[in-house]
Each structure stands twice: as C-alpha cells, then as structure tokens.
Design a protein around this ligand. Sequence first.
Ligand SMILES: Cc1ncc(COP(=O)(O)O)c(C=O)c1O
Length: 374
Amino acid sequence: MPLFDVYPLYNVTPVSGKDMFVYDDNGVEYLDLYGGHAVISIGHSHPNYVKAITNQVSTLGFYSNAIQNPLQVELANKIESLSGCKGYQLFLCNSGAEANENALKLASFKTGKSRVIAFNNAFHGRTSAAVAATDNPGIVAPINAQQQVAFLALNDIEGVKRELEKDDVCAVIVEFIQGVGGLDQGTAEFFEQVDALCKANNTYFIADEVQAGYGRSGKFFAFQYYNVTPDVISIAKGMGNGFPIGGILIHPSIEPKYGMLGTTFGGNHLACAAGLAVLNTLEEEHLMKNVNEISDYFISKASTIPEIKNIKGKGLMLGLEFDFEIAELRKKLIYEHHIFTGGASNKKLIRILPPLSIQKTHVDQFFEALRQAL
Ligand SMILES: Cc1ncc(COP(=O)(O)O)c(C=O)c1O
C-alpha cells in the first residue's frame, strides 16, 4: 500500500537521536536546529525521558478518562508551578490542532457566540475550527470554511474594535510569536489592548502557545512578555519532546461541566509520564536560563553575517531573514553540512528551533557551515 503522498520529503532517514543530533541509516550525524517542527525540547532520547516512558509502559501504558489518574494531577501541578499560571485548570488532548479546537469550542460554549478573530499569516492547526482560523486558503476545505473567521493584520486595533462591536465574536486567537508564518510579533500595546477589549466584550482571549510555549521563547509562555491574562492557553509541541500530547490551560473563572470536552487518548498514563519527564528536566537542567543565554549568543553571531538582513523572534524561536529565497541554502545545509533548519511561509526566512539544551559549540558549528554555504 503506498503512503498518501502529502509531504515533500528530504532524502534523509534518521534512525536514532541523542541530545542535539540525529543519525541516519548510514551513520551520518546531523545537527538538529529544527527539533522536528519545534517539538524536541529537552533533547533527543534524553535519559530521564527514556527511563520515565519505559517504566510507565511496563507498568500501565493507557487507561481512558473514566478512572482516577494521579499522573494528570501531578502534571497539572507541575505546569502550574513552572508556568506561574496560578489556579488555571488543565484539559489534556493529543496535539496542537486539537488544543486550539478545544480552546475555540470552549470559548463558543461559554460566550454563546461563534465568530472568531485571527491574524494574517496565523497557523493554528488542521482540524475544523483551528484550520478555519489559519491564514492559508490552500489547507481549508469547503467543510471547514463554514466557520466564520475575520482575519486582521497584527496591530490593527481599530479592526479588532470594529469586529468586537458586532457582539458575535467568541474568541480572539493569537500566536504571540508567529511560527509557521515567519516569526512576526504584534506590539505590547496591541496585545494589551486586545486583552482589555476581549474582557470588555465577553470574548475569550486565546493564547496559542503550541510552538512558543514551554520555555522556547525564554519565558515559560511567550504571552508573559506582556501584561495580559489569556482566558485559554493552548500547548503541545515541546510538551512531550516527541510524545503526542497537547492541552489547554483554562482560566480559574471558567467553570467546567461534565461532557463539555472529552477525548479517548488525551491525558493517558504514558503521555503524562512523558510530559512530567520533560518538565522535571526543564527545571533540573535550568533549560530556560540556557534558552536566554544561547539566544543572545546566537543573535550576536547572526548579526555579524552581512547576508542576514533581519533577525526575528525570541529565545530559541528565531528567524533569519535574507534578501533571497532560502530553499537552496537549506538544502545545502542539510546535504553538504548535515544541519537541519526550518522554513516558513516567508520564503526568505530560515527558522531556528533547536532543542532547548543547545550549547555554544553547536551554534558555532552552524555559523561556520552557514558562512561556507553562503
Ligand atoms: C502555533 C501553532 N499552533 C498549532 C499548531 C498545530 O499543531 P499540531 O501540528 O500538533 O496539530 C502548530 C503546528 O505547527 C503551531 O505552530
């Protein structure tokens, strides 16, 4: 049976990984500055992670959400203490799209409204409401297009006011640092005004932290650079270091009701064990401190390269913008220098999303290769 051919693939076959590196079927080592779409947070095959998952699967891998699962409670408490999101409630699911789908659904249930405001170049996932709020008509099927979404430019505060005045908007959903779109950010003034407007209009402010969250931005959540209080915060990617797990943090004022949200696999024992290993390692190895140190180092090195016209993003969610399209440069980096990087909708931008454990020597290795490739 052939695979449904939806992915343009690089001709590399990784078979193992260790910390910042993956190794292909010929034993060639690749420096991973992409973390498989920003997923690898604590490093490939981290010993704590391997041990936690191995122990859990040999004890109890799965049971559904019909029984007590103390691992979910432990995970919720750990997220609360590391993120500082006091009193927020946790609902667990399996992916970023599912997290946003549940966030939007919750907003609609609670406000009784159904229209959404999203932003130009946004990416929120491929499920129905999430993809409708994603600014890429090519991936929105007619069945998804029935969702009503107003797309506005980042920083268009008058547009947000105008849409909210219609009193039919259940949620404003925002990536505080855009991922797939190319690392653009709104201003502090804009985000803080949107937060206030949402509160004044019975509209949920949803922070999509699927990519920027879990320490990648240099704070636990990217929204924490601003004075805002999201109603719902969606999380996924770095949360499981590769194990499929996602979730939403829900403001303490929002009351749950039995049956309102649900999932078979979300929050299973194995996923929780993976999630706990990630958070424990993030804390024990002071990885957020490392994010900030290496980010500064990376940016200072990038600013010495004349071909780089603009450095975007925060922490270890960075974009290097050139004045030419970078597809060929990325191919050279992979095939000749054995370094994985990412692309974006902005064709002139390389995305850098390494494991949060990256060291200065890895940054040096990248810039040496980049100089040669240029
Ligand atoms: C900001 C953001 N939200 C949501 C998603 C969707 O996550 P998933 O692919 O796990 O469904 C992504 C994936 O790239 C993302 O970057």
